[in-house]
Ligand binder design. Sequence first.
Ligand SMILES: [Zn+2]
Length: 231
Amino acid sequence: MNPNSTPPEGSSARESTSEAEEVHGVVGGENGAQAGVQRLPLSESELHARQAHPDWEYATTEGPRKRWHDIDVPPADEHGDPDPTWQRNTDAGRMGWERFDYTEESYWRRPKTASAEQVEETPLQAARASIDLRDAVIAQLKLRAEIAEAKAYELDGATNVAIRAIQLMQQAGAERDAAEAAIAEVRSVHRQYRSACDDANDYCAHCNQISGGWIPWPCPTIRALDKQPTV
Ligand SMILES: [Zn+2]
């Protein structure tokens, strides 16, 4: 690398591509910063997220989407029994778990020495293992809470439909009550009355008043109301 070199305006035909990139990468401000970021060492959790921590081994268990009962069962040991040395890899997926179109996956990790050198565990290692176990339990509880929340969210959708149905029924009831009140008001206006004379016929008080004639009871308005189909 030549620190004095500045990239030419147009790259010369003789310059190889890799050389041009290298020079540009060092001199150019943005590319230099990007290269610096890439060189930062990965954190423990980033390594776990990539299932690439050199001191740990990783495993994945899989089941059907939303019908998987063994989501918290760790990978099996050589006898086919759940191996408690596996703990959930809470840095991978969503807190150690991921849901796909047809499947779900649980991600597991354990220190590479867990199975081989458990006997020579120092007090510090024992304390760390205890903390790891506690963290794993907390992570499992968190995961269960998350799954419960997801299920509650789905149930919430059904609840909303039911609430909407009740609202519509209440609205329909209120509209019916309003219509009945309006009809009652119309009936109270179109009252039936009998003349004081020896006329034996009944008349509509309202229709008589507005027409100035003798409109027999029931008047057209009342007849129309009486024709309403009864539900
Ligand atoms: Zn009338």
